[in-house]
Design a protein around this ligand. Structure first.
Ligand code: PA5
Length: 462
């Protein structure tokens, strides 16, 4: 079991005209040491609850008990949530449940419920799902750390009304809340109505919460090995605490991305798994990197990289053209997987047609991996910095480790950029305008500000 980070192609010697110089890399030791001190200080102040993942082992047993007992009474599980309350669960489902699902016997499939994640308020998706569900065998997990997010609360109100109408007494058994232990509307409702609820630890931010009950309860309900997830994460956390930069994967990742942005102008950071199961991890990473690092430094200077997801080999026929010849403003991090659960040999047919004959006898997994190596090499040859994270396989241990690597890298990057990676003040104004337009009682000031904004000018609308 191993996760490795190969950053050969980030350094100038291997990426002519495009990489980070040895001198800059050597100097970065000092910046990293300061970033590590910041992480330690944040941890000592109790702000980085996601690092205490291993200490959550005791509560995992409870969580498994619920998942294997009461939880299995349901055929469908629906997560209501958005942002950090949904993206990690979607990534876990795609990485760890979907591939295995194809391998299960019909009996085993019947044992685990189906997991749906409603991470938006588009009625085009929600209405047909609610029409289709058998409410008597559905569990709704309402996830909101604040307990007040408009999108999630709107979903909850719709679901609750439907449950009350369809089931009358006992509808509460079809609801679980995951929210702050003390604060917020959901917690108050849970207390008043004795709705089963789990805590989002107050010191675990939404986008860092996938390895708390937020992601672990839905994962356990669909049979993902949550102990292995947590063990993989804890193992990576230990590696990513090391003081020596060259031995610290999150430190190396964050420092290289920061140097590439601030010294080479490569501020677009692409995460490109060559693995269908890892495709949704891209969206999770994009939220983590974007919402954590896109900030006003010292309250005035716009700062931060722009994350982007891509999928190999699919995006070789799409974004890779841009990565190769577009502006020199990107780094690409490939995610490679050594062992695949299944492979297919390409038959030796059409031996007389050169465009097909060379494929015969190779395997699809081999083709996927060779294409990744070819793309990395081609980028390096054109002076485009890139690196590769390799997992032995896509299983719970490795996915837990990869999640922790990227979470810790985010904290180090926050320190290197000189911003607070744990808040998100930039989303507030849009929220206030939404409240104002929907008539929320405490949004009077936002309503006044909204009304002063320019309205669409008919001459400018075609
Ligand atoms: O990372 C974050 O803090 C956000 O993306 C939140 O997860 C998102 O806004 C949802 O918030 P909440 O869990 O309070 O409903």
């Amino acid at each position: 079991m191993a996760i490795h980070l190969d950053y050969t192609n980030m350094l100038a010697a291997n990426v002519p005209g495009g990489g980070i110089s040895e001198a800059a890399w050597d100097d970065a030791e000092t910046a990293f040491a300061a970033a590590r001190r910041t992480l330690e200080a944040q941890r000592a102040a109790g702000a980085l609850g996601f690092l205490d993942v291993a200490e959550g082992h005791a509560s995992l047993a409870e969580l498994r008990q619920f998942a294997d007992g009461a939880g299995q009474a349901f055929n469908d599980i629906v997560v209501l949530g958005i942002g950090g309350s949904a993206l990690g669960t979607i990534a876990l489902r795609t990485a760890l449940a979907a591939p295995r699902w194809n391998e299960l016997s019909d009996d085993a499939r019947d044992f685990f419920p189906r997991l749906h994640v409603l991470d938006n308020v588009d009625p085009t998706t929600i209405a047909p799902l609610l029409d289709r569900l058998e409410l008597g065998s559905t569990l709704f997990i309402v996830i909101s750390k604040s307990g007040s997010t408009a999108e999630t609360m709107a979903q909850y109100l719709i679901v609750r009304a439907k449950l009350e109408e369809a089931l009358e007494d006992g509808f509460q058994r079809h609801l679980v809340f995951i929210t702050d232990p003390e604060k917020g509307a959901l917690r108050a409702i849970a207390r008043a109505e004795r709705i089963v609820s789990l805590d989002v630890p107050p010191n675990v931010g939404g986008r860092f919460s996938v390895l708390s009950p937020v992601g672990l309860l839905p994962a356990a309900l669909i049979g993902i090995d949550v102990h292995a997830l947590v063990d993989g994460a804890a193992d990576m956390a230990r590696r990513c605490e090391r003081a020596t930069l060259a031995e610290n994967p999150a430190g190396v990742y964050a420092t290289l991305q920061w140097l590439a942005d601030t010294q080479l102008g490569c501020g677009i950071h692409v995460l490109m798994p060559y693995s269908d199961p890892l495709r949704d991890l891209g969206d999770w990473f994009v939220q983590l990197w974007a919402e954590s690092l896109g900030k006003l430094r010292d309250g005035t200077t716009p700062t931060g990289p722009t994350p982007m997801g891509a999928l190999g080999a699919t995006d070789q026929h799409s974004k890779v053209q841009l990565f190769m010849e577009g502006p020199r403003n990107k780094t690409v991090t490939f995610v490679a997987v050594k062992e695949l659960p299944r492979d297919l040999e390409i038959p030796r047919l059409h031996g007389d047609i050169p465009e097909l004959a060379y494929l015969g006898g190779h395997h699809l997994g081999e083709l996927l991996d060779i294409e990744r190596r070819a793309t990395a090499g081609a980028l390096a040859r054109r002076g485009r910095p890139n690196m590769t994270i390799t997992l032995d396989r896509v299983d719970a241990w490795h996915v837990g480790g990869l999640i922790m690597l990227l979470e810790m890298a985010t904290i180090y990057a926050g320190a290197l950029y000189g911003i607070n990676p744990l808040d998100q003040p930039g989303v507030e104004l849009g929220k206030q305008f939404t409240y104002a337009m929907l008539g929320r009682a405490d949004a009077e000031r936002a309503r006044q500000e909204w009304e002063q904004l320019p309205k669409p000018d008919p001459r400018r609308v075609i």
